[in-house]
Ligand binder design. Structure first.
Ligand code: ZN
Length: 259
């Protein structure tokens, strides 16, 4: 029975991933995510329902448009597969529960934010602002985090990033962290509670610093004005925190209390 539900959730994840692709492509361009239906960006031909099966269609068509043979980006099936795998992993972690629904909402939002921020250095308010409210509502329905932890999470997540942004502006004399990051941190606080948002912030900074250093070594010219978006690091840090959070805390305790 669990196997059947697992397969269903995986397929649901693939289908949702297909919708996430539409969001990733259209939200930054301020286009409607419902109308018009999907079409090839080159020849404009409508994508038929039988060519719009997540993952499978891409493989069957060899990654090309049926009509003009334009190459379709590998990002599309990759997002679908990633979405399916995340849905399945969350199901294995939480079973059928409010926690599962809450984390699915969180991770679908984060996938869209990840790719949009990477490409446009922009985190859409249309995701994060409703996201704060949705996270708060889920805290009422699910066991963890509690409503209070969620409220403190919003304030501490948003507040912490606001302070970092202020400090960054003073030190670098230019905008170092956008308002989008602050709202995303508040949303993460709502979904994770204040304890985990602190861990996420620490992990994301660590990852960001590591990648920043690698970039500097590989290409010193990037130093000048390249702003590395912070949203993707927050998304990865959240995934690490959800899937490996307990092992991390154990590792931390072992390191400091067993030497
Ligand atoms: Zn085409």
């Amino acid at each position: 029975m669990n196997l059947l539900i697992g397969i269903f959730i995986f397929i649901l994840g693939l289908a949702v991933g297909s919708f996430l692709n539409v969001c990733i492509y259209r939200l930054p361009l301020k286009k409607s995510i419902i109308f018009p239906p999907s079409h090839c960006p080159k020849c404009g031909n409508k994508i038929r329902a039988y060519d719009n099966i997540p993952l499978l269609s891409y493989i069957i068509l060899g990654g090309k448009c049926r009509f003009c043979k334009e190459q379709i980006s590998i990002i599309y099936p990759a997002v679908e597969l990633l979405s399916g795998l995340i849905f399945l992993s969350l199901f294995l972690l939480y079973g059928l529960s409010w926690e599962l629904a809450s984390k699915i909402f969180l991770f679908t939002s984060l996938m869209v934010i990840f790719f949009i921020d990477l490409k446009y250095q922009l985190i859409p308010d249309v995701i994060t602002l409703p996201g704060i409210a949705v996270g708060l509502v889920f805290s009422l329905l699910s066991k963890s985090p509690s409503f209070l932890d969620s409220v403190i999470g919003i304030i501490s997540g948003g507040g912490l990033f606001y302070l970092v942004a202020l400090a960054g502006d003073k030190i670098f004399k230019k905008e170092s962290m956008g308002g989008g990051d602050i709202k995303l941190a508040a949303m993460l606080g709502a979904f994770l509670g204040w304890q985990k948002i602190l861990l996420v912030f620490f992990l994301a900074s660590l990852l960001g610093a590591l990648v920043g250093i690698i970039f500097l070594i590989l290409s010193p010219r990037l130093r000048e004005n390249r702003l590395i978006p912070f949203g993707p690091f927050l998304a990865i840090a959240t995934a690490i925190c959800i899937f490996f959070g307990n092992s991390l805390v154990e590792l931390y305790l072992n390191l400091f209390f067993h030497i």
